[in-house]
Design a binder for this molecule. Structure first.
Ligand code: KG4
Ligand code: ZN
Length: 334
């Protein structure tokens, strides 16, 4: 089954063709990072306009590189949310046009289900499994007892991990997106600041990163005021150690409590080298998987894979009234 995936929830215009959920025939990604960088973050209005400019080209390239034509496509899977509403609507409307024109069924999928299924492409899935979802907008632990079933065990009560990374990068003057830059510096420094590990011992699977973020910002501010020299490498390493300690501790707790067969990490922050190392070093009894780098950040291959499994599970597609949603609950994804 050939699935055409479409992803435009933030600042990447992506279209992909995936066969049977994991054979990626093409995965075209047009990134807008260069454009948003000068603003220090994604500007929604600009993102929508860039999607409009690039979308037709990206569709054509994805089909061409897969060596197929639209007549060969069996299903279109498009991100319906959560994300920037203007951006989402560009992808959804483009997908509708192709659906209508070529009589291809269309199905809307949750962006995070895509991030989770990015792992399926390389590694497959064995249930029950635990997914640690860490992205720019999400931080949650999700239990999957079967394909396309998502039970949220806990989530961040305030900021997402990626958001905290981006904020810390901004005060350190590292630009946008900040996660990769902080990660790189962290690898060259050591944990000398001993930042707090919020909620690490709490009895639930929730997270909180806004307190840590404020603590880090205040520390930076106070040091600047006192004219103290800030070792950016140690500062980054200390932040990364604090964040990954919490993420890994909660993941281990959930893994043990729910007796899962596999742990998968999903979302942009799954690219983080410190997290990769720490989780692998601490979970050795069952497989721990990360998507390859290309599938960590936003891409349409993961959306095609998720759409394939959603369609297989429910046996039905959406109609052309399918809409975009800036907020969307993963557990109600059907
Ligand atoms: O999943 P994603 O591409 O977009 C959302 O769906 O939110 O995640 C983007 C986030 C950004 O906050 C970015 O700074 C972060 O992922 N990120 C990282 C790394 N690479 C990307 N954070 C920490 N370490 C990295 N290596
Ligand atoms: Zn994402």
């Amino acid at each position: 089954m050939y699935v055409l995936g479409v992803e435009t929830s933030c600042d990447e215009t992506s279209v992909s063709v995936v066969k049977d959920g994991n054979i990626v025939l093409s995965n075209e990604v047009l990134s807008q990072i260069d454009i948003h960088q000068s603003y220090g973050g994604v500007v929604p209005e600009i993102a929508s306009r860039e999607h409009i400019k690039g979308i037709t080209y990206v569709f054509d390239q994805a089909i061409k590189k897969a060596n197929l034509s639209y007549e060969d496509i069996d299903l279109i899977a498009v991100t319906k949310g959560p994300g920037l509403i203007g951006s989402l609507l560009i992808g959804i409307n483009a997908a509708k046009v192709i659906s209508l024109n070529y009589h291809i069924p269309i199905i809307g999928v949750h962006h995070i289900s895509g991030h989770i299924y990015a792992n399926y492409i390389e590694h497959g899935m064995e249930f029950p499994l635990l997914a640690l979802v860490v992205s720019g907008g999400h931080t949650e632990l999700v239990l999957m007892k079967e394909h396309f079933s998502f039970e949220k065990l806990g989530e961040t009560q305030d900021d997402a991990v990626g958001e905290a990374y981006d904020k810390v990068a901004r005060i350190l003057g590292l630009g946008y997106p900040g996660g990769p830059a902080v990660d790189k510096l962290a690898n060259q420094g050591s944990d000398t600041f001993d930042f707090p590990r919020p909620m690490i011992h709490s009895d639930d699977y929730h997270f909180s990163f806004s307190g840590l973020k404020s603590h880090v910002i205040n520390k930076h501010h106070n040091m600047l005021q006192r004219n103290e020299e800030i070792n950016v490498k140690d500062f980054s390493a200390s932040f990364q150690e604090a964040v990954t300690d919490v993420l890994v501790a909660k993941t281990i707790k959930a893994k043990e409590n729910y007796q899962v067969k596999q742990v998968i990490v999903a979302g942009g922050v799954a690219a983080n080298s410190g997290l990769r190392k720490k989780i692998k070093a601490n979970i050795t009894d069952i497989p721990v998987y990360f998507p390859i780098m290309d599938y960590c950040t936003d891409n349409a291959a993961m959306i095609a894979s998720a759409g394939y499994f959603k369609y297989k599970k429910y046996g039905k597609s959406d109609d052309l009234y399918i809409n975009g949603y800036s907020r969307l609950d993963l557990e109600r994804e059907m």
